[in-house]
Design a protein around this ligand. Structure first.
Ligand SMILES: Nc1nc2c(ncn2[C@@H]2O[C@H](COP(=O)(O)OP(=O)(O)OP(=O)(O)O)[C@@H](O)[C@H]2O)c(=O)[nH]1
Length: 325
């Protein structure tokens, strides 16, 4: 539940065309301890002000010349994406109360004001509003967590698969190719075994940053397993276009790592699958890249292999020359 302090510092806007009513409501709110209150007598200002300040509560007079409270609520609905209007309608007309609720107001306050009613309704409404906001933030965080690797912050396999699907659709439309590059660090286990898991974690974080540094803004870099990463590149014309990026990735990963004064080194192997040459579907393309990675490991590590190099027995396979000296 929101604390008393949070409720008293909530952002409140008072909207009434009568200066006396505005003054009275400001006085009531001040005396109750609310510290973040502003007002306007111009109904057409409410939407621009709300867009700018995102109020927790709008105390809205329903009968105003020019734009009435119902029209203001219509505008507010377009701003509030969740559809939750933080509006408490102020009205002297009993028949307007239900109409206001139907138009999206959360509650109403009758005029002339009954102090106790005003206090209770404002407090209750703010409590719900702040709770709603906390829940919305929590739910957003949960969604982020479900799609990202907590150690490196990179997209996880679930998000990666979505991104690949988008890239493939785009490549299909543009009639060009896309690449999935599957990386697996070489000799990573030895770092864990020699220096401990914390060093291994630090390496993984630094590798993630280096891979992001090598990728273009529109590429996706994901962590899909312990020491496994995948990079998705769209907009390529031939498999040869992956050679330079692969060389850059191998070079970036093989630069020394400084952790607590210790210098560590490792390398990476990469397998490349190309859409549509090697596969048309997301899972099949990842599998093609994984198969090429297996070949890169098998044929000596610290190198890049493409799925097209894989032996279709009895042919001979060979590695692409992306490994640094
Ligand atoms: N520090 C750390 N280690 C992890 C994490 N997830 C998996 N691992 C370890 O990563 C290692 C991955 O194993 P391998 O890929 O076989 O190790 P490798 O030495 O790189 O083997 P090659 O790929 O054959 O060179 C295992 O020892 C896992 O325990 C993690 O989040 N943090």
């Amino acid at each position: 539940m929101p604390s008393r302090d949070e409720i008293l510092s909530a952002k409140i806007l008072v909207v009434d065309d009568s200066a006396d009513n505005v003054e009275l409501m400001l006085e009531i709110l001040r005396e109750a301890g609310y510290t973040n209150v502003s007002s306007t007598m111009l109904p057409e200002q409410v939407c621009p002000l709300h867009r700018q300040h995102c109020y927790d509560l709008i105390l809205l007079d329903l009968q105003m010349p020019g734009l009435n409270g119902f029209q203001v609520m219509k505008g507010l609905k377009e701003i509030e994406q969740g559809g939750y209007l933080p509006v408490l309608a102020l009205t002297a007309q009993p028949s307007f109360k239900i109409a206001a609720l139907e138009a999206g107001a959360r509650d109403f306050i009758s005029k002339p004001f009954d102090l106790l009613e005003v206090h209770k309704r404002i407090h209750n409404m703010l409590e719900v509003r702040l709770l709603y906001r906390e829940l919305a933030q929590y739910s957003k965080q949960q969604q982020e967590l479900a799609l990202h690797d907590p150690l490196t912050g990179l997209p996880n396999r679930r998000l990666l698969e979505d991104r690949i699907a988008n890239v493939l659709q785009h490549a299909s439309r543009q009639q060009n190719k896309a690449a999935v590059m599957y990386l697996d660090l070489d000799g990573f286990k030895a770092i864990n075994d020699t220096h401990g898991h914390a060093y291994g974690d630090e390496i993984l974080k630094q590798v993630a940053q280096r891979l992001i540094g090598c990728a273009r803004k529109e590429d996706t870099v994901a962590r899909v397993g312990g020491d496994e990463f995948v990079i998705v590149m769209g907009g390529i014309a031939t498999v040869a276009d992956t050679q330079e990026p692969c060389g850059k990735l191998i070079d970036a990963v093989s630069q020394p790592y400084q952790i607590n004064g210790v210098t560590l080194k490792l390398s990476t192997s990469i397998g490349v699958g190309i859409f549509p040459d090697d596969a048309h579907e997301v899972a099949a393309l990842i599998a093609a890249a994984d198969g090429a990675l297996y070949e890169a490991k098998r044929s000596g590590k610290n190198r890049c292999c493409t799925a097209q190099m894989l032996p279709t027995p009895p042919q001979q396979h060979h590695a692409m020359s992306a490994a640094p000296a």
